[in-house]
Design a binder for this molecule. Structure first.
Ligand code: ATP
Ligand code: MG
Length: 420
């Protein structure tokens, strides 16, 4: 062990588990790519005000969880706690919205940072794959994103997750509801901080996870009873479209999310095998965000799915992903001359696109064959002095156990024949 450890609340991805993370990222992004979303990558840090304004001054993310820093040049930056504000900023900066074809559909994948109370499923460095559809108000877009996320989890083999759906209203109806909720909250027995939150962003109080607070919220007014006709119709259309797609969801009338920018459609994917950290992904519509960060009106919708918790969910369900073996061929050489010959063959196979590994470190036959086994390779190539003298390389099919000598020039074809 070294003197150093990964910082508190973080962990390293190492083989073989790291392969599962890659597969999860792949499975999620495959859905976005299949639906016309283009890849976007933004910096790991941004002007702190992008998040203060975009995510919201009263959110936990901004008040408690952001890693902020001042550069030597005096700039105030924050490590990104989420992706949406950055992606929208990037789209606006590149004028993607002015190029005529709205919505702009983008997906991303990366690391996010929040100074949280570290526990299982809640880390200070975690990774998300996200998708955003910018610049269109169309219930089919909200439905598309929910269906794609569902398909991503489904394609991974997850079954024990639920989709929670709600509408948060818009700038017409939400203020009326906000008033009603505030009046209700003022009458409760809440601590000072929560009361303050009730004044700044009362909807956030609905997201309080403490049992004593939850108990008092049972009779809270519901946004559903305040939705304007336009929001009601929009929400019904989203519900109808995902229902028609065969996606099962639950109406959760108290669902709000930890970010201020959400309007109308709001959803969360929760997994029942994860204990308290049950949200594996979430998203919704954020029609006001662009204007909040100085852009034009661009109604948009998106989601971010947590890779770490998705992997935990797979483990909780006991799902084994069908991961292809990293190595197809493993070459075992005994003696200097054989090493030279086989190392050349390894390079040749790799150049032909065949994943190949080599017995490094000058181990004997037994140790090297163990390595070949461990690698999961379908084929072992073996060459020692006697093989060299006979001008052959032994090609062993690790599945059938069959072994036959092959001339070096015929090796590539022989390997291809076995791999099919
Ligand atoms: P929670 O309610 O659990 O704090 P959140 O609402 O803050 O989640 P989002 O900001 O919506 O989460 O992020 C989307 C997804 O990213 C979450 O559903 C979760 O899977 C993942 N995520 C968020 N924060 C963390 C974290 N600290 N560690 C690991 N995964 C996280
Ligand atoms: Mg959170």
């Amino acid at each position: 062990m070294s003197t150093f450890q990964a910082p508190k609340g973080t962990y390293d991805l190492i083989p073989p588990r790291s392969a599962v993370f890659l597969a999860v990222r792949d499975a999620i992004s495959a859905q976005a790519r299949s639906a016309g979303y283009g890849y976007v990558e933004t910096p790991g840090f941004e002007d702190v005000n992008l998040f203060a304004r975009g995510v919201g001054e009263s959110t936990d993310i901004v008040t408690k969880e952001m890693y902020t820093l001042t550069t030597k040049g005096g700039d105030q930056l924050a490590l990104r706690p989420e992706g949406t504000a950055s992606v929208l900023r990037a789209a606006l900066q590149a004028n993607l919205h002015k190029q005529g074809n709205l919505p702009v559909k983008l997906w991303y994948s990366g690391s996010y940072y929040r100074y949280e109370r570290a526990q299982a499923g809640r880390y200070r460095h975690f990774s998300q794959v996200g998708a955003e559809a910018i610049g269109a108000e169309d219930p089919a877009l909200d439905a598309e994103l929910i269906i794609l996320a569902d398909q991503a989890y489904r394609s991974l083999g997850l079954r024990q997750y639920r989709i929670l759906l709600n509408s948060l209203g818009d700038k017409e109806c939400r203020p009326v509801y906000r008033e009603a909720l505030q009046t209700f909250l003022r009458g409760l027995d809440l601590d000072e901080e929560t009361l303050r939150r009730a004044e700044i962003n009362p909807l956030r109080v609905l997201d309080d996870k403490r049992p004593d607070v939850r108990k008092q919220l049972v009779d809270a007014p519901l946004l559903r009873d305040y939705l304007c006709d336009a929001c009601k119709a929009y929400h019904e259309e989203v519900r109808a479209l995902i229902t028609a797609a065969g996606v099962v969801f639950e109406d959760d009338l108290k669902l709000v999310r930890g970010l201020d920018y959400y309007t109308r459609t709001t959803f969360e994917f929760v997994h029942d095998g994860l204990g308290a950290q049950s949200a594996v992904g979430g998203g919704g519509r954020y029609d006001g965000l662009s204007e909040m960060i100085g852009g034009p009106a661009l109604p948009s919708v998106g989601w971010a799915l947590g890779v770490d918790r998705t992997v935990l969910a797979l483990e909780a369900e006991g799902v084994e992903l069908d991961l292809p073996a990293a190595t197809s061929v493993f070459a075992v050489a005994i003696g200097e001359e054989a090493r030279r010959l086989l190392f050349g063959k390894v390079t040749e196979l790799r150049r032909a696109g065949i994943a190949t590994d080599f017995s490094f470190g000058g181990k004997g036959l037994k140790g090297s064959m163990k390595d070949a086994n461990r690698s999961g390779a379908r084929i072992a190539l073996v060459a020692g002095e006697r093989d060299l003298a006979e001008g052959v390389i032994q090609v062993k099919d690790m599945e059938s156990g069959e072994q036959r000598p092959v001339a070096p020039d015929a090796l590539l074809d022989a390997v291809r024949a076995i791999l099919g």
